[in-house]
Design a protein around this ligand. Structure first.
Ligand code: GLU
Length: 512
């Protein structure tokens, strides 16, 4: 690649960023880092009717949480942007370019009212045209600077009649470009309509602003979602119209994220229905107040979330599944991004988080747990050493950080109920006696470490000629209330002699 790599993430602040959007940002980031290039954030906010309050902040916060920060246009208190098209519009950057195309006969003014446009569509539909378009065939009948006389156009302009600028799509041309993911794409110009480039409110449309900015910002590669593929031929034509074809960025259209069953695009409704978030962070809709869950609030580690997204559409060509961000940068290539939609698997997503949890050291997990608001109530004032040991015992059994105090609540308070299944199956007539004897043996122990308890327990079983399956579940259920869990000897040792004995006593009393 002889050109400096410069890519951009160009979201529109029309709502919360979908996880597919974060994946687009991630792939841009990885591509930029891999090629020592720039990763730029550009907020495409020219459609003011779709502007949603808080959406831009949400985008910034999401990227920050994922650790995929732009190195240009990141702003937010910093020196640069983000680049905002609405602000660039103030400098009238876009009008100039639209005007240039009009002057060169590649675009034209159109004065049609919404009613006239609707009428055109209706007429064409009646005539059997399935998808009516404003194009080479119909533009002659509409009110624009091609069909109207120069005087009439002049008069309307003087009058201040509202107008838009439309691109004049050539009538009979094949538009061809090579997409880095999809290969050659070819579309005939008769399938395109004369899209509006500049609106009557003085704002450029997405298409114009997007092309002008990509050109001015010297973007080398446009990496974006597949939903933009239908717009790409128009963009190619615009680059030609401006005479920028030599510096036109390369396109890479990323595959869709699909529902878990592969039937269609992953939507927020799938998330609601199947119980997983589709947004990186929790989002509160400013108009309805409705709250949508986020990966962060569900307890996902950002590294896990990034890892999950990386593998939705890209494959490393090896069996490796766990990648740090740095490893992703190393391994990533657009050539290994597939065309086929990527099925989202919520189970697998949880598995990833589990892997990240297991890989953390116990002390780090404990420290994070101390900070977790919802854990504080359970953990109370236990010290960090104790908590670290609990994390060591529980992390293999947890998916999220918050599972640890929830599922291991018995480390922090004595159980008040006992697992019914275990009681039904294991609590026999002689159980109280056996447990009382075991309690007395424990009482006599001078030290109370895990190995010591285990040895004592085995000696006890040997003497009584009882199997472990008869006694261990009783020990567990009395101390923890549970039928399953980590090593009982580790639990008892951690709880300490006094607490363990107390729990045995009160349990025996309750169960009789
Ligand atoms: N503003 C567009 C969006 O919201 C950008 C598409 C592109 O990357 O060209 O996704």
């Amino acid at each position: 690649m002889d050109r400096k790599v410069r890519v951009r993430f160009a979201p529109s602040p029309t709502g919360p960023l979908h996880m597919g959007g974060v994946r687009t940002a991630l792939y841009n980031y990885l591509f930029a880092k891999k090629h020592n290039g720039d990763f730029i954030l550009r907020i495409e906010d020219t459609d003011q009717t779709r502007y949603v309050e808080g959406a831009e902040e949400y985008i910034a916060e999401s990227l920050k949480w994922c650790g995929i920060l732009p190195n240009e246009g990141q702003g937010y208190g910093g020196e640069y942007g983000p680049y905002r098209q609405s602000e660039r519009k103030e400098k009238d950057i876009y009008r100039k370019y639209a005007q240039q195309l009009v002057d060169e006969g590649k675009a034209y003014y159109a004065f049609d009212t919404p009613e006239e446009l609707e009428q055109m569509r209706e007429d064409l539909k009646k005539a059997g045209v399935a998808a009516p378009q404003y194009n080479a065939i119909t533009r002659g009948r509409m009110k624009n600077s091609i069909s109207l006389s120069a005087e009439e156009v002049e008069k309307r302009m003087q009058n201040g009649d509202p107008y838009v600028i439309r691109i004049k799509i050539p009538r009979n041309e094949d538009i061809k470009f090579k997409d880095m993911v999809r290969g050659w794409v070819q579309v005939h110009s008769s399938n395109l309509d004369d899209k509006v480039l500049f609106k009557s409110d003085g704002m450029p449309t997405y298409h114009l602003a997007n092309i002008v900015d990509d050109h001015l910002m010297e973007i080398s590669h446009v990496i974006r979602g597949e939903e933009w593929l239908p717009s790409a031929p128009l963009h190619v034509l615009l680059y030609e119209a401006f005479g920028w074809e030599d510096s036109r960025p390369e396109f890479a259209h990323l595959p869709l994220l699909l529902k878990p069953d592969g039937n269609g695009k992953l939507s927020k409704r799938d998330g609601d229905r199947l119980g997983f978030p589709v947004f990186p962070l929790e989002w509160k809709d400013p108009s309805s107040g409705e709250i949508s869950s986020g990966y962060r609030e569900k307890g996902y580690f950002p590294e896990a979330f990034v890892n999950i997204l990386a593998l939705l559409g890209w494959n490393p060509g090896t069996n490796q599944e766990i990648f740090s961000l740095a490893e992703l940068v190393e391994a990533f290539s657009i050539e290994r991004v597939g065309k086929a939609g990527a099925k989202y698997d919520p189970e697998k997503a949880r598995w990833f988080n589990q892997q990240y949890l297991r890989a953390k050291n116990d002390r780090e997990i404990a420290e994070n747990l101390m900070k977790l608001e919802e854990s504080k109530a359970i953990v109370g004032d236990k010290d960090i050493e104790f908590l670290t040991s609990v994390c060591g015992l529980m992390k293999e059994r947890a998916t999220f950080l918050k599972d640890i105090p929830k599922e291991g609540f018995y480390f922090f308070e004595a159980p008040s109920e006992y697992d019914e299944k275990t009681i039904k199956k294991k609590w026999k007539e002689d159980s109280a006696t056996i447990m009382r004897e075991w309690k007395e043996r424990m009482q006599k122990m001078s030290s109370f470490d895990q190995d010591g308890i285990e040895q004592e327990f085995k000696a006890f079983l040997d003497e009584k000629e009882m199997g472990i399956g008869k006694v261990l579940p009783l020990f567990r259920v009395l101390l923890t209330g549970q039928g399953m869990g980590p090593s009982m000897f580790a639990i008892a040792s951690l709880l300490g002699k006094e607490e363990s004995i107390q729990r045995l006593e009160s349990g025996i009393k309750k169960l009789g």
